[in-house]
Design a protein around this ligand. Sequence first.
Ligand SMILES: NC(=O)c1ccc[n+]([C@@H]2O[C@H](COP(=O)([O-])OP(=O)(O)OC[C@H]3O[C@@H](n4cnc5c(N)ncnc54)[C@H](O)[C@@H]3O)[C@@H](O)[C@H]2O)c1
Length: 315
Amino acid sequence: MTKRKALVTGGAGFIGSHLTKLLSENKYDVVVYDDLSNGSGVKNIPKNVKIIKESILNIKKFRNACRNVDVVFHLAVKPLTMSFDKPEEVIEVNDYGTYLVAKICTELRCKMIHVSSSEAYGTALSLPMKEEHPFFPHTIYAGSKAASELYVRGFQKSEGLKMVIVRPFNSYGEYMRSDTYSAAIPKFFNRISRNQSPIIHGTGRQTRDFTYVEDTCQGIILADQNKNAIGDTFNIGQGKEISVKQIAKIMSEKYQEITKKELKLSLQYDNPRKGDVMRHLADISHARKILGYKPTISLDEGIERYIKWRLSGDS
Ligand SMILES: NC(=O)c1ccc[n+]([C@@H]2O[C@H](COP(=O)([O-])OP(=O)(O)OC[C@H]3O[C@@H](n4cnc5c(N)ncnc54)[C@H](O)[C@@H]3O)[C@@H](O)[C@H]2O)c1
């Protein structure tokens, strides 16, 4: 049986590397296309997968890489926190880069699975958040994700691009970046593992729909595998709301349980983060119905996996 040929932009990143691994285990022939400007997941990519180290902004190289490809999973991105100090770079890659990816996919008749983000919604105006929830971005990054989706939609309507849009909610798990641009979970671990109290920005009552990365990837793969999904948009989340304060507490308790250390940790509070979203909870009923998507990893289990991975020294 001939394998389906896939190209993953941003395939050396956090979600992209897990997606690449799962695709190659699911009988896809996968190529990673990533400029390795971050590449926190490069160690997670199976050894037999080819990595093309190049930018999506290099249209010639990208076109060549996409020849004979059946589906492009588009995940290359500049991170949210970078949009505070280098907004032009974020817009160039997230928007102009996505435009180029959609253009090449249209030209070569590849299917495009566009990975958008729940950030595009901003804070929930109604709960749980359906795909029809309006876009009220809080940051330039969120704006760039909203805009990029609209270009992809435009390509579908006027140029005949075969595409599916998926909107993951906050994902977490192994190979998340833990540097200056990292998210709350790696930062909490960095502090707790040094016997320091985790720092909460704002009240800690802000909520997220934290989803384990393999569940996020399950949703992304199903978006390619279901013919009824073409042209549609899907929220991909756990479907559960949890506060940032609760996450810090769970992480702290799990860490102590796993390491059998007793730490005297409390929560430390700092200024709210610029552009922070206050509430997020995904309505995943559409993905459940059309894609057969079903999250399988509980928050407890996912946090435990993440802590064990950080402790393994593989990070
Ligand atoms: N992590 C989350 O919680 C989350 C939530 C919702 C949506 N998303 C979306 O999922 C996708 C992947 O996110 P992630 O967290 O894995 O990001 P990431 O930063 O870990 O990975 C992005 C990858 O893109 C690469 N890249 C950056 N600029 C590039 C360019 N010009 N050309 C080629 N590659 C380039 C980086 O090297 C990196 O490996 C993004 O589209 C993001 O918006 C992520």
